[in-house]
Design a protein around this ligand. Structure first.
Ligand SMILES: Cc1cc2nc3c(=O)[nH]c(=O)nc-3n(C[C@H](O)[C@H](O)[C@H](O)COP(=O)(O)OP(=O)(O)OC[C@H]3O[C@@H](n4cnc5c(N)ncnc54)[C@H](O)[C@@H]3O)c2cc1C
Length: 377
């Protein structure tokens, strides 16, 4: 077994850690406080060549490993967990497109997604349910004026207010299919949600009111959409776990510095076991999780199955990170509870990741089924 990173992966890690600390972290709270999408930084990540780091070079990607995508999301999320979405969404959507889409669509979408000029969303969830992805009702149906039309609502979609394009899961006679949709088309309407966290990314509903659609916009075979999205989740779920890990690691670093500098009862806080054991416990949990995520990405790079492992990452990632961030906030005492420090925002932001891409219950269903062969109810 070789756990070392390749030299180019180490270089990516060092470059992004520096960029994240110096540039992204400085503005992390600004975007939340002002309710602004961090377009400038998203674009800068495109210019650094990381937005499609593990995607094929012929479409403007970096041609690197899935492990490299993990490194990118972890490091970016140290500075700004919300900008971690740039890697998660582009990797999920890029993965689906590279597997399924026609060459013309790949040429049209991917280079602009990876240079940061095209914001792409994925629309699976609907108002009546997200866990049960088979319940999709949004329809692609014959348009009386020729071709097809898209009718329905997608709900809770990340980047809803700002995205240019979306991969949309749609019901048709063959089952659920995926379509590539411009969100600047006539008939598309957006409504934003007032969320607790991830506010700079924003979530909302996308309404499709008889949006004209062509057969050529279908991604992959008719009825193959669910399988394709679920395969994509095997990648994004690991990346989301590393997004959470990055945010928690930064919180831990801040807490370590704080307890080293603060005194109580005439001693450094770091001298109290109650303090250092808390840090030790959260550090150990994060290290275990982090390495499990990289192992899962390594399996993916070897072309080996990793669906169960991805579900374990997605189940544990937000939970372990939230517990760590919570402890780090408390270790900062009264200051931790203020909006001056980023800890409260990280709690709000990471909590959303407990739900997006499937809750803990849904991950446990996947793991349970892989163990027993029976789908839990
Ligand atoms: C931050 C964030 C970002 C998101 N981004 C996107 C996006 O970009 N695109 C997109 O399509 N969707 C997105 N979503 C939506 C998300 O995928 C869904 O909210 C999620 O899948 C859960 O669906 P639901 O909200 O309809 O809950 P429901 O499916 O109604 O579930 C409600 C509760 O019941 C539990 N539950 C449901 N079924 C079972 C069962 N069989 N056994 C045990 N418990 C069960 C769930 O765990 C959950 O706690 C996002 C959500 C969030 C919070």
């Amino acid at each position: 077994m070789d756990f070392s990173l390749a030299p180019e992966e180490e270089a990516l890690q060092a470059m992004l850690r520096d960029f994240s600390r110096k540039i992204l972290k400085r503005d992390y709270q600004h975007w939340d406080t002002h309710g602004e999408f961090p377009r400038r930084h998203w674009k800068a990540l495109g210019e650094l060549g990381v937005l499609g780091v593990s995607m094929p070079e012929q479409y403007g990607g970096g041609g690197a490993s899935s492990v490299a995508a993990g490194i990118a999301v972890e490091e970016i999320s140290r500075g700004d967990v919300n900008l971690g979405y740039s890697i998660v969404l582009n990797s999920l959507i890029g993965d689906i497109l590279v597997r399924e889409a026609a060459a013309s669509l790949l040429q049209e979408w991917l280079p602009t997604m990876f240079d940061g000029t095209r914001l792409a969303a994925i629309g699976v969830t609907e108002p009546q349910g997200g866990s049960d992805v088979s319940s999709i009702r949004t329809e692609a149906r014959p348009n009386p004026e020729g071709g097809l039309e898209l009718v329905g609502e997608k709900s809770g979609i990340s980047l809803a207010a700002v995205a240019d394009s979306a991969v949309v899961a749609v019901r048709e006679s063959a089952g659920v299919s995926l379509y590539a949709v411009s969100l600047h088309s006539t008939g598309v309407r957006r409504v934003s949600f007032d969320d607790l966290g991830n506010r700079p990314i924003g979530r909302g509903s996308l309404f499709f009111d008889h949006v004209p659609l062509r057969e050529e916009q279908r991604i992959g075979r008719p009825g193959g959409g669910l399988r394709s999205v679920l395969t994509g989740f095997d990648f994004s779920r690991v990346l989301i776990a590393l997004q959470c890990v990055g945010a928690a690691e930064e919180s831990l670093d801040e807490a370590i510095a704080y307890v080293q500098s603060r005194t109580a009862f005439g001693r450094s806080l770091a001298e109290f076991q109650g303090v250092s054991f808390t840090l030790a416990r959260r550090y150990a949990e994060l290290e275990q999780l982090r390495w499990y995520c990289y192992r899962t990405l390594w399996l993916r790079d070897q072309g080996r199955s990793h669906a169960t492992e991805a579900a374990i990452c997605k189940w544990k990632g937000p939970q372990v990170a939230l517990a760590a961030i919570h402890d780090c906030l408390i270790l900062h005492g009264q200051y931790g509870y203020t909006r001056d420090l980023p800890l409260q925002q990280r709690l709000r932001d990471v909590m959303g990741l407990e739900i997006g891409d499937g809750t803990a219950n849904i991950q446990q269903m996947i793991i349970g089924q892989s163990l027993t062969g029976v789908r839990p109810r």
